[in-house]
Structures are given as C-alpha cells and as structure tokens.
Design a protein around this ligand. Structure first.
Ligand code: FES
Length: 92
C-alpha cells in the first residue's frame, strides 16, 4: 500500500510505500534531509508529524524521548507511513 508524503516546505508530495522507511524514501527521492545513524539512536532525523499516522520501529529514548513523542515528533529513520502524512523539518 502506498501513501502521500508532504513535506511542509516542499512540493510536490511524494508517493511512498508503507513498507519503506520514511528516511530511505526521502533520500531515494533526492530530498535533502538530516540523518546520521539510520538506526534510531542519534535523533538527527527527528521531525514533526503535522498530519497523519506513522508506525515507529524500535528506537532509543535518547533519540526521541516520551515528551517529544507527546509533542508529535518522530524519527524519519524509524517511521513507516500508515496514512497520508505531512511532516515538518526542524530548525537546527
Ligand atoms: S538518523 Fe539517527 S535516529 Fe534517525
């Protein structure tokens, strides 16, 4: 199954398989996105989920703590889309 991914700053929306990790899909489409470990440990790929639902693979609390989860932050390297999704890159 595929879903639409919209990045707030960028057009057009991308069509991404629900099987594919969000970060992998972004990089495959040539989107410049911050990342490092690609394994849910460093937190570099953290972004804000504005709309939609994702499933997160296992990650470290050091990368994404419970407060950040409450704030709607996700890790792109651990996220798979469960619906059409809009995300926002964080200012760094
Ligand atoms: S790239 Fe390190 S947590 Fe995603």
């Amino acid at each position: 199954m595929s879903h639409l991914l919209t990045i707030e700053c960028c057009d057009p929306a991308l069509i991404i398989s629900s099987e594919e990790l969000l970060l992998v899909a972004l990089l495959r489409h040539g989107i410049i996105f911050p990342y490092s470990c690609q394994s849910g440990v460093c937190g570099t790929c953290k972004c804000k989920l504005i709309k939609g639902r994702v499933d997160l693979d296992i990650y470290s609390d050091a990368a994404l703590n419970p407060v950040e989860v409450q704030q709607g932050l996700i890790l792109a390297c651990r996220a798979r889309l469960l619906s059409d999704v809009t995300i926002r890159k964080l200012d760094r």
